[in-house]
Design a protein around this ligand. Structure first.
Ligand code: NDP
Length: 292
């Protein structure tokens, strides 16, 4: 079994991105990312901070907006419009999920699609479906595809099962893998909570991508001998032996599944670090395109 080291691969991508940032700066353009958080959710807060920190480490411009939970929809949309017009900003990310009184779709639709580095705007969703080269692809599925490419795992002709059909992970993941060309050309099945005999469907997979948000749900009997497993899940579960009383686990029961796999991602240290790396990559691409 090979462990797919997301930390090492994300470092390589960040290093490539740093070189691109330097080249852009040499021409007077500093890529800039604005990250907006509404509310106090601790996990979201820590994601926002690490995105901001990574930007600074790469020499990019970054602005972090931590707004109170009672921020109105109008105020949030007004901020997005300001950022659309700000020439220092090439990427805008509004951390999901916002508080319940905010209509997330309306906020996403307010973002200039050319600055939508999360790839959630309907224009980018359509472009991903069309296979347009200037689409912004959501960072997590883009990171999963990159993990497969960097690990030399052939997707062409492979049977891939994507477990989960969210707009953030499952659907764009399936789109990417069924596209023509490198990192695509797979035969893709998308499974979800209404799928009949889920374990049997998953066992057809040469590559199984789990993104359901259920701790250690995918057991050994879901996985064919010699399959590749990408675990997108990030779930915090109680762990009395840990100093803070909890630990992170994926959607895959790693200990029992790993011995059957040709390759597998760990949690943490698999898909997670790739998501931030691809966000930085997307922001640099946005800067390049806006400067053209
Ligand atoms: P969502 O809750 O939006 O979607 C979950 C999907 O899984 C749904 O399609 C749902 O089916 C399906 N599902 C849920 N329970 C079951 C079940 N028992 N059997 C079969 N299918 C099921 O989650 P996300 O896509 O946003 O996230 C999935 C996981 O990935 C989470 O653990 C999240 O934390 C993690 N994540 C990690 C990221 C990273 O950077 N590594 C980034 C984003 C997410 P249905 O549609 O039928 O309800």
């Amino acid at each position: 079994m090979n462990l797919i080291d997301g930390k090492a691969i994300s470092k390589k991508i960040l290093q490539e991105t740093r070189l691109e940032v330097e080249a852009l700066k040499a021409h007077g353009h500093t890529p800039g990312l604005a990250v907006v958080l509404v509310g106090e959710d601790p996990a979201s807060r820590s994601y926002v901070r690490s995105k901001d920190k990574t930007c600074s480490e790469l020499g990019m411009f970054s602005q972090k907006f931590e707004l109170p939970a009672d921020t109105t929809q109008e105020a949030l949309v007004a901020l997005v419009h300001e950022l659309n017009a700000d020439s220092r900003i090439h990427g805008i990310l509004v951390q999901s999920p916002p508080p319940a009184h905010i209509d997330e779709s309306a906020v996403i639709e307010a973002i200039d699609p050319r600055k939508d580095v999360d790839g959630f705007h309907p224009i980018n969703v359509a472009k991903v479906a069309m296979g347009a080269p200037d689409a912004f692809v959501p960072c997590t599925p883009l990171g999963c595809q990159r993990l497969l490419l960097e690990s030399g795992i052939e997707t062409a002709g492979a049977n891939v099962v994507v477990l989960g059909r969210s707009m953030i992970v499952g659907k764009p993941m399936a789109m990417l893998l069924m596209q023509k060309g490198r990192g695509g050309d797979a035969t893709v099945t998308v499974a979800h909570s209404r799928t009949r005999d889920l374990a049997a469907v998953c066992r057809t997979a040469d590559i199984l991508i789990a993104a359901i948000g259920r701790p250690e749900f995918v057991k050994a009997d879901f996985v064919k001998e010699g399959a590749v497993v990408i675990d997108v899940g990030i779930n915090r579960v109680p762990d009395p032996s840990a100093p803070n009383g909890s630990k992170l686990v994926g959607d895959v029961a790693f200990a029992e599944v790993a011995p059957k796999c040709k390759a597998i991602t760990p949690v943490p240290g698999g898909v997670g670090p790739m998501t931030i790396a691809m966000l930085m990559h997307n922001t640099v691409q946005a800067c390049k395109r806006l400067m053209q």
